[in-house]
Design a protein around this ligand. Structure first.
Ligand code: ACO
Length: 442
């Protein structure tokens, strides 16, 4: 096969042959296409990066049309059923599942780093009682860069690894402290003898009970959610991690930026938005009227639709199954019936079918988290903790990629041409304002 693309520029009638590699042309090859020598050359315009690959990656594979998600080649269904979050984090970061010794070493290192500097308790104390925990988490992650100055040595693999242990270990502790601050209870310090999600639930819940145990169904459900949320290739927050990391800043600063990106309601804030939407709908009988409003474009059906899945999000299928396991063990959730009815109606309505809008990972995750006892404001925080594993894997791959430089997109400038500066009193608008203002002022 001739792996090239022939382009004829009808402005000049010149022909260009451009190589195709991995079913992709290099945007920079288009720059050869010029009208004359002064011409900058052709660019491609791609708002929201709909059809632009910004990197080569070996971490996560998604086929949105077929509903496939694999990490390092392993199907998400197998990982969710058989693996643990910490093992998947290792897989994302190192590229292979750990052997027995590596597994134990990795778990021990991460759990040993669950303690945070005592100053973080004072930082968190400074926040108002109703501060959003995601705002607190973002601030604490950014602050972490000031506590670990060695993190600036991003070209040293040993230093990088140390920051990875710290980040994965400390995020649940900071998240738990943010939560305890909001409910006015003293902080629980980590118990590294427990599993990753078990320790997190313990820090959130324990009221100094003797022999406090975490319900195994809760710990496993949260672990599965963490596996499902751990990475999703070049989404808004992962791209942010790569873009900010490309400036060679320390990983804490890049991770704080990625966490900000995740905070938005169209991204990691969606599961919070789903629960708020279900609460607003209030009852199954109100569902048809709500769907009508969505179809009229008055609002979006939160938890539906995805930029790359044009079919059922495979994570949503696993989450729906996990939801039933949680409800069986801990009692059902009143919002479930509304969600099921929304899904039933939407999946047979032409509006949603024509636009390929199916439930995404967030449609059921919020209901599970609510059943586990998490307040709605904690939902994006619970997304950020596992996604940190994916961000770190994406960051490592990016900073080691010799083809990458500092991220710097181009623009199509459509503003004014060159013009001369006019002093303030001589500007037309200024005089108009002065005239209309003067009479009443007098
Ligand atoms: N409800 C109703 N209509 C929708 C929805 C929705 N949830 N999502 C998309 N549409 C409609 C759009 O209005 C548009 O219709 P039109 O062609 O008549 O104008 C069409 O479907 C295409 O929508 P886009 O906005 O082009 O889709 P895009 O790929 O840009 O958006 C997104 C993806 C942001 C996820 C969108 O589907 C959405 O807002 N969903 C709700 C929020 C949500 O659940 N986000 C979580 C995503 S998963 C995650 O981040 C982990």
């Amino acid at each position: 096969m001739n792996n090239t693309l022939t382009i004829t520029d009808n402005r000049t009638e010149k022909e260009y042959v451009i190589p195709i590699e991995n079913d992709t042309v290099r945007a920079v090859d288009l720059r050869r296409i010029k009208v004359n020598d002064d011409d900058f050359g052709l660019m491609s315009y791609d708002p929201a990066y709909d059809n632009t690959a910004a990197c080569k990656s070996k971490i996560t594979f998604v086929d949105g049309n077929k509903g496939i998600l694999r990490h390092r080649g392993y199907p998400i269904e197998q990982l969710a059923e058989k693996s643990s979050f910490l093992e998947v984090a290792y897989l994302l970061i190192y590229g292979e599942l750990p052997g027995k010794e590596e597994h134990d070493y990795w778990n021990t290192r991460v759990m040993r780093h669950t303690f945070v500097h005592q100053a973080f308790t004072r930082i968190i104390e400074a926040f108002h009682y109703d501060a959003h925990p995601m705002g607190i988490l973002i601030s604490c992650i950014a602050a972490m860069s000031t506590f670990h100055a060695d993190a600036k040595s991003i070209d040293d693999p040993a230093e990088r690894e140390k920051q990875i242990f710290r980040i994965l270990g400390k995020l649940p502790t900071l998240a738990a402290f943010a939560y305890r601050h909001a409910i006015g209870r003293p902080y629980n310090y980590p118990d590294s003898s427990r599993g990753y999600t078990e320790n997190f639930l313990y820090m959130l819940d324990d009221m100094n009970e003797r022999g406090y145990t975490v319900h195994p169904v809760s710990a496993r459900a949260l672990d599965i959610l963490f596996i499902l949320m751990s990475d999703h290739e070049q989404n808004c927050s992962a791209s942010t991690m790569r873009a900010v990391g490309s400036s060679r800043v320390d990983p804490y600063s890049a991770l704080a930026a990625a966490t900000c990106a995740l905070y938005g309601p169209l991204h990691g804030g969606a599961n919070e938005a789903v629960v708020r939407m279900l609460e607003k709908i209030g009852s199954v009988s109100n569902v048809p009227a709500y769907i009508e409003q969505v179809k009229q474009g008055k609002m979006r059906l939160m938890g539906f639709g995805h930029r790359i899945y044009r079919h059922y999000d495979p994570r949503a299928t696993i989450i729906k199954k996990t939801a039933y396991e949680v409800f069986e063990a801990l009692g059902t959730n009143s919002l479930l019936d509304i969600a099921l009815e929304l899904e039933r109606i939407a999946l047979q309505d032409d509006y949603f079918l024509e636009r390929n809008l199916y439930p995404n990972v967030d449609f059921y995750s919020g209901i599970i988290l609510q059943s586990l006892g998490f307040p709605t404001a904690m939902f994006p925080v619970l997304f950020a903790i596992p996604r940190a594993a994916g961000w770190l894997a994406q960051w490592l791959e990016h900073i080691e990629d010799k083809e990458q430089r500092i991220a710097r997109p181009r623009q199509i400038y459509l503003g004014e041409g060159a013009r001369d500066y006019v002093p303030v009193p001589e500007r037309a608008d200024y005089r108009k304002w002065l005239e209309s203002y003067a009479p009443s002022a007098g």
